[in-house]
Design a protein around this ligand. Structure first.
Ligand code: SF4
Length: 142
């Protein structure tokens, strides 16, 4: 491919107010990178059809559930598929995702008890991308 490489990036890290609480989570090193690389903002939870703001969700027993126990796994899986399709369309070999999110977290996620405990694991989108050979970095790797 003879065009500039493109990196998909969690939109909240770039200042998009797409988080569950209706806010963003700007990360300066990601903003700095945006002046050097072509970063395309994506939010898997919005792409999966969830509203903003929305209920907090965590992964428990292989499912994604809200604090009230509503199973939102299907929406998370749909968002992951949409992000994978975009990664393939743009020929991305790497992405930068927000650590600890049930969609975007890579290697670290909350344990499903909604008590702030972090365990090893991947968010739904990070997992699907890795399974398809795409390198997942988080803001903490920059
Ligand atoms: Fe950010 Fe990912 Fe959560 Fe969207 S799904 S708000 S991009 S961490």
């Amino acid at each position: 491919m003879n065009r500039e490489p493109v990196i998909l990036c969690s939109a909240c890290l770039l200042g998009v107010a797409c988080r569950h609480d209706g806010k963003s989570k700007v990360y300066k090193k990601v903003l700095d990178l945006a002046s050097e690389e072509i970063l395309i903002p994506i939010c898997p939870e919005q792409l999966g059809g969830l509203p903003t703001p929305r209920n907090t969700s965590e992964i428990r027993g292989g499912k994604v559930v809200t604090e009230k126990g509503v199973d939102v796994t299907g929406k998370f899986e749909e968002g992951a598929k949409q992000v994978l399709a975009l990664a393939e369309l743009f020929g991305c070999s790497e992405v930068i995702l927000k650590q600890r999110s049930p969609s975007c977290g890579s290697g670290k996620i909350y344990d499903g008890t909604f008590s702030g405990i972090i365990v090893e694991g991947d968010g739904v989108t990070a997992k699907l991308l890795k399974e398809n050979g795409i390198s997942v970095k988080t803001e903490e790797d920059l």
